[in-house]
Design a protein. Sequence first.
Lengths: 263, 330
Amino acid sequence: MKRLSRYRKHRFASPLALLFALFLIGTTFSVANASSPKASASLSRSAAVDEGRQIFLKGCSSCHGLNAEGGKIAPSLLGVGAASVDFQVGTGRMPMADMSVQAMRKKPLYNPDQVAALANYVASLAPGPGIPGDEIMVYERDGNTAQGGELFRTNCAMCHNFAGQGGALSQGKYAPTVMGADAKTIYEAMITGPQSMPVFSDRIITPAEKLSIIKWIKGAEVEPALGGAALGRVGPVTEGLLVWTFGLGLLIGIAVWLTTKVR
Amino acid sequence: MSREVAPLSDPGLPDHVHRKADTDPIAEKKAERQVALFFAFSALGTILFIYSYLFIHHDLFIFIPILGSTNAHQLFLGLGLTCSLLFIGMGAVHWAKYLMPDNEVIAHRHEFRSPENERADFIATVKEGAAASGLGRRSIIKRSLALSMGLVGLSPLLLLRDLGPLPEKQLETTSWKTGTRLVTDPGNRPIKPADLEVGAVAQVLPELVEGQERILNNIGKDAVLLIRLRPEEFQLSPERLSWTHEGIIAFSKICSHMGCAVALYEQQTKHLLCPCHQSTFDVPRAAKVIFGPAARPLPQLAITLDSEGYLIAKQPFTEPVGPSFWERSS
């Protein structure tokens, strides 16, 4: 003990002590906590649901609550449906990287099997919109691009921009670009209304009309910029920026060149 | 102690320093070649423009760093024209700066008033012309000329009428009548409350009478946004609450500031944003303005159900929709 106390004023002493304490608390907690999932294992649930529950307890419950009932910082997941889980987790939006105002698209943390298991678990809690199957996503065959364009301009363009490039909302929130999102993701967003986006019910925009919107978006993705540089297709913002910085800079440069004295 | 400072003597103009090209024949030749090079670049630009127009296919896309996939036809047309014009100008400026004479010349200002003899000549000429035209004697010409000149002035005055006519009552009312069904836009399908989940929105227009067609001017007044909330989320007066149905509330989509379509609905904050000037309306509090330049809340449309269970307007809008105008009654 005397030998140890000689080092108590060493500069690494307090960080090491802190690490040790954290390690102790962590292991104690996990040992104490290890028995709790077993308690509910007696409930008869399918294997996928059970696997989903395990993932949920590890990855989601700290914010959404042990039974997905929601908390101070995260909404309840009762009734959000499998489609919502597939959208949020499948695109990497959930789990969030930090407590920013909006969860953004990133590399998914879970593989497709784990996402499916999570979706099954959340869907088993309360009924909600299901994941659209491949038999529904026949937009190439059934979609009507012209109708999709009309629907997009009325229902989507005010937030997602007239060319689907996304746009700003309030307080740092934004509507993301729909370019590059896969068809199933777009469909799920419309039926679940993720984050700031409202729901577009099947009776207001029918499934056939939703396919038309997706077909229009897929068409807009490959639309070539025939008029030259598209500048992000956000209209006068980038065009103005380019003129005010590059164009004005060029004019100032020329003015300086014109008036320099020649030796 | 005296702090007087000796006045500066007039320094005069600084000595004129000649350019290198004025004194050194090698520098002169070099400047001459530079000017010629600029003009040659301009010629190449024109050739590039003609080549792009004739031979680069308008569907050819090439990859350019930063710009990404770019249409080569448009890109080289632009670059060619830019070079052809810019380098003519640059050549001319370079020529003037380096080679044209740079002798300093002093030009004194002269008096603005013309000399007396020139003024007298001018007055004599005017008087002679007036006498020759006989304007004083030929009164019929004088009067008809005055008539025609006066009438010419009337034409632009008459054209001012195109600033009107005033909208009169057109902006006070919309197509919404008591009992008009709400239909989806586009699609024109009537809506039942069960069609909207909590958190859902619908863009709606008044149902068309048989054989009627959508008129853009009417859509500009009639467009309405339906939003469904949980009924307990409303903070409305009892009258306004009776205008909603099972948590479904309807607002005019035409911004009360400048008339843009207000339809950016944030489901979580329950705010409606206008994309033009960021006016923000709080939906649970009857679209109260909480940010931005809008002066009034969005007008609320009273809705109820008809006998078949479809959503209908309980009454027309109680105030004019959209931005302020001179004749606005309220």
